[in-house]
Design a protein around this ligand. Structure first.
Ligand code: B4P
Length: 209
């Protein structure tokens, strides 16, 4: 029993669980792709999961679409339930990168509890800092080709940024209080930003510069 408990504890310590944080268009999705390749983490993007549900025409997707279309956050109970199910499908993961989740104080509390049940915790929150006008420019640019209705209209983009300031900023305080929150400059090139993120993540996995 003692050895089993030690094994469980070591498994928990060895997991690397990152939150990539920041406003819409700050590069979370873009950087997540690079991070999962380098560190072999499981990528969980609530935005992608919701868009898949919308595409599949599920009741969850139909509900989510009403909010995404207006630039509003999808209700907590919808997103938290969806995330809980996804975590259960990866019992062997060596770590997760959460992209676009948590986005409210309630979501961060739910995530803490879900990870506690798995015997693990958030390792670090990396927050991409990008000026608002650059966010709008990037999202309008993506909107030309992405087919995403929430990227096509400047008013909707600005509504998403307002939602971020009102509802998502408290998530930063939640993790800052326990010393896990770190700001990273996100307005350089994709490569520049990735290098700054690696500088933060490498020491967590024992890589020295
Ligand atoms: P998400 O899918 O999470 O999308 P996002 O935050 O708007 O942007 P993303 O992070 O993917 O884009 P990126 O910056 O990488 O959310 C969409 C919607 O779903 C939300 O508004 C909400 O309604 C709903 N939702 C999702 N999660 C939710 C939750 N937990 N709770 C409630 N609702 C939720 O990239 C943007 C563009 O910038 C790209 O074109 C990219 O190529 C470009 N770019 C990136 N880095 C760049 C750089 N360094 N230089 C130049 N361009 C760059």
């Amino acid at each position: 029993m003692f050895y089993y408990l030690c094994f469980l504890q070591n498994t928990a310590i060895m997991m690397l669980n990152l939150i990539l944080f920041g406003p819409p268009g700050s590069g979370k999705g873009t950087q997540s792709q690079l991070i999962i390749e380098r560190y072999s983490l499981i990528h969980i993007s609530t935005g992608d999961l919701l868009r898949n549900e919308i595409k599949a025409g599920t009741p969850l997707g139909q509900e989510a679409e009403k909010f995404i279309h207006k630039g509003q956050l999808v209700p907590d109970e919808v997103v938290i339930g969806m995330l809980g199910s996804v975590l259960e499908t990866h019992p062997q993961a060596k770590g997760f990168i959460f992209d676009g989740f948590p986005r409210t104080a309630a979501q961060s509390e739910a995530l803490d509890k879900l990870l506690e049940l798995k015997g693990t915790t958030i390792t670090k929150v990396l927050s991409l800092e990008v000026p608002e006008e650059e966010l709008v420019r990037r999202l309008l640019e993506r909107g030309k080709t992405s087919g995403r209705t929430d990227d096509a209209n400047e008013n909707v983009i600005r509504a998403r940024i307002v939602e971020y300031h009102n509802k998502t900023t408290p998530v930063a305080d939640h993790y800052a209080k326990v010393g896990k929150f770190k700001k990273v400059k996100g307005d350089g090139t994709i490569e520049d930003t990735f290098a700054l993120l690696c500088h933060e993540i490498d020491p967590l996995v024992g890589v020295t510069a």
